[in-house]
Each structure stands twice: as structure tokens, then as C-alpha cells.
Design a protein around this ligand. Structure first.
Ligand code: SAH
Ligand code: SF4
Length: 362
């Protein structure tokens, strides 16, 4: 337990904690993560309004329901008016950040989105986060110049073999996402990444390496969620083949493994913004979100995608959380605020950037 007090948790110590199963021992990890969270980012929980602007995707990630080959998905792309409507809803509830997420969709034209980014900034000085997959550097630059502030691009796993197995480049080759993150940082984005926990074929050692990379990459935001099998995708249809290819040291895709990874992430990147992810809330609907916030997280990302489209953005099954449905947006919102208060935390105000982060002067 003393090893948690070390400033630079080594990869082998991280791996040992990932393997720990004794609840009494784990209490030390939860306590250390919560204390570190309080010390570095305080008691505020920042809310980010998530808008899933398109579910078109040209990529074929083996884990994801939106992969191009999944012909069962009914595809949509929101109009500018629909996006601005969702932004206004979040802004009226006091949100300081909007996240626009989508599949890798070339139909999201660079000028079209730049115009929307400018229009959002006219409505309110919210921070704008993009999570639109792998795009050309010139497009990322144009969106930054238009006013986008942050970019999320999870590298999913640092194990190169596993990455290539589950993230085929097909007709759209790009460098490993780890390389692309450097470009995002250079442009000036507040940069987020992360991984899935329990990908078939993911070993404890490789997950420990992922977590130590969060520190090395000096990430501003880190999202960690369990891998959730999605029917109709290769990883869900044939997990054993993928797990066997990875060897016998498989990490489980459950809430405990995810919470351990999350807590260790807080320890290695004390001042990062770390969400309690929707995926964690999906595999443990009763307690997932709360446990995430108690074991290192300081961010929640409620969904503002207009209702008819929400169920079409099926990265994995049963994603939408009832309490956040549009009919009950006020109810979902007040429940969330109540939950935050009950935990002795407050709802964050303002943009909620990583402490000390300053946008580049253009
Ligand atoms: N297209 C963009 C953004 C949408 S996908 C991109 O790929 O970056 C956002 C994240 O959803 C992915 O990075 C991945 O970590 C997660 N995801 C995809 N399929 C998943 C699954 N089956 N279970 C859990 N998370 C998944
Ligand atoms: Fe497309 Fe992102 Fe899903 Fe990969 S994870 S298939 S890029 S939406």
C-alpha cells in the first residue's frame, strides 16, 4: 500500500494493482485516488454536454457498432440547426463545455463544421471539444482556428499488434493514434485520449503500459471505459479468437477492472480531467457513475443528442441512460445534480479546463 505514495508509480506497481482483488487492499487504492483527485482538481464535477452529430463512419474498428461494414445501422448526420438547438439546451442549463462526437465521417466537411463552431461561440463562450476520429492535420487546424478548444482521440491500446488487429486501417491508413495525438498537441488543442478495458487480447502488462503512457503523454483528459461487446461486430462474434491471439493474461471487461484502471490513472495524472464514462454507467447502471466519481473521476458527460437519433448512435448496446432521455432531461439533470451534492461535491462552473491550461494566442 505504501507504493501508492510514490510520485512515479512504476509500470510493475501499476500492473500489480491491476491484478489486486482483495477488497481491503483495494480500499487503499480508492482512497489514494480520491484524495489525489480532491487535492489536484477539487470537489467540482464538471458537466460536458455531449452531442453525437453523425453516426456515419468510414472505419471498420472490430469493436464498434458504427463500423462501416455494419449495414444494419441507420445512418444520420445532424443539421446545423439541430446542433445549435442542442447547444442552446445545454447552455441554458449552465453547461460550460460542448462535446461534438461522431464516427469518422468525411461528410462532416471542414468548412461546414468550422462555420458551426463559429456559430456556437456566438451563442456562448462555451469550450468546444471535438471527437471526430482521425482527420487531416489541415482540418484539425482549421477547426482550432475557428474556435474549437479540445480534441478527444482514444488510442484504445498501446499494444501495436492488438491495435492493428482490432483497428484495421483498410483504405484509410493513418499512423498509430499515439502519433496523431502529438499533432493535436502541437496544434494547441487541450488533448484527450484513453483506452478500453478488457479488449479481448489485452494483457495486464499492456494495460499497465497504457496507464504509464498517460503520464508520459501528459494528457489533459483521459477517458477509460470497459469494452462492451456489440452484436454484429467481429469482436463480439468471435472473442475467443482475439483473446487467444493475445495470450492467457486477459484483463476482464468488468466494472472492477475499469475502476482500478481509472483510480491508477488519477494517480499517474493527478490534474487531468477524467470522466466517469457512459460505458461504466452502462455495465453498472446502479452504481457505475457514482463509483467512478468516488474513485478518481471529476467529469460527467450527459447526452444532448436529439432523441430520434440517440438510439442510432449505437457504438455498443443499451448505451442511452434512461434518466438522461430528452423527455426527462430536467429530471435526469436534477437527479445528477442531487447525486453530485449527496457525494459532498459541487457542480463545476465555467469551462473547466485542466488547471493552468491556456489556449495559444493566435
Ligand atoms: N469515431 C470517433 C469517436 C467515436 S467512438 C473515434 O473513434 O475516436 C468513441 C470511443 O468509443 C472509441 O474511442 C472507443 O474507445 C469507444 N468504443 C467503441 N466501441 C466500443 C465498445 N464496443 N465498447 C466500449 N467502448 C467502445
Ligand atoms: Fe468509427 Fe470511431 Fe467506431 Fe472506429 S470507434 S468504427 S472510428 S465510430
Amino acid at each position: 500500500m505504501d507504493d501508492l505514495n510514490q510520485l512515479n508509480l512504476s509500470e510493475s506497481i501499476i500492473e500489480r494493482w491491476l491484478r489486486e482483488t482483495d477488497p481491503l487492499e483495494l480500499d487503499h487504492l480508492w482512497e489514494a485516488a480520491d484524495k489525489t483527485r480532491r487535492k489536484f482538481v477539487g470537489n467540482e464535477v464538471h458537466l460536458r454536454g455531449l452531442i453525437e452529430i453523425s453516426n456515419y463512419c468510414i472505419r471498420n474498428c472490430d469493436y464498434c457498432g458504427l463500423r462501416a461494414s455494419n449495414k444494419k445501422v441507420e445512418r444520420y448526420r445532424l443539421s446545423k440547426d439541430e446542433i445549435l438547438g442542442a447547444v442552446e439546451e445545454a447552455v441554458n442549463l449552465g453547461y460550460g463545455t460542448i462535446v461534438m462526437q461522431a464516427g469518422e465521417d468525411p461528410g462532416i466537411r471542414v468548412d461546414w463544421l468550422a462555420d458551426i463552431i463559429e456559430s456556437i461561440k456566438e451563442i456562448s463562450n462555451v469550450a468546444i471539444t471535438l471527437s471526430l476520429g482521425e482527420r487531416d492535420e489541415s482540418e484539425w487546424r482549421q477547426w482550432y482556428t475557428a474556435g474549437a478548444d479540445r480534441y478527444l482521440l482514444r488510442f484504445e491500446t498501446s499494444d501495436k499488434e492488438l491495435y492493428e488487429r482490432i483497428h484495421p486501417s483498410g483504405n484509410n491508413p493513418r499512423p498509430h493514434r499515439l502519433e496523431q495525438l502529438k499533432t493535436l498537441k502541437q496544434i494547441g488543442y487541450e488533448t484527450g485520449s484513453g483506452v478500453m478495458v478488457g479488449i479481448p487480447g489485452q494483457s495486464f502488462q499492456s494495460l499497465a503500459h497504457d496507464i504509464s503512457l498517460f503520464r508520459e503523454l501528459d494528457l489533459d483528459m483521459i477517458g477509460i471505459g470497459p469494452f462492451i461487446p456489440c452484436p454484429g461486430t467481429p469482436l463480439a462474434e468471435n472473442p475467443i479468437a482475439y483473446a487467444l491471439a493475445g495470450g492467457s493474461d486477459q484483463v476482464r471487461n468488468d466494472d472492477l477492472s475499469t475502476l482500478k484502471a481509472l483510480a491508477l490513472t488519477r494517480l499517474v495524472r493527478p490534474d487531468a480531467n477524467i470522466p466517469s464514462t457512459t460505458a461504466l454507467g452502462t455495465i453498472n447502471p446502479d452504481k457505475g457513475r457514482e463509483l467512478g466519481l468516488k474513485r478518481g473521476a471529476n467529469i460527467v458527460m450527459p447526452n444532448f443528442t436529439p432523441m430520434p437519433y440517440r438510439k442510432m448512435y449505437a457504438i455498443y448496446p443499451d448505451k442511452a441512460s434512461l434518466s438522461e432521455s430528452a423527455d426527462h432531461i430536467e429530471t435526469g439533470e436534477s437527479l445528477l445534480r442531487q447525486q453530485i451534492k449527496t457525494m459532498g461535491r459541487t457542480v463545476g462552473t465555467g469551462q473547466g479546463s485542466r488547471p493552468g491550461f491556456i489556449r495559444k494566442q493566435e
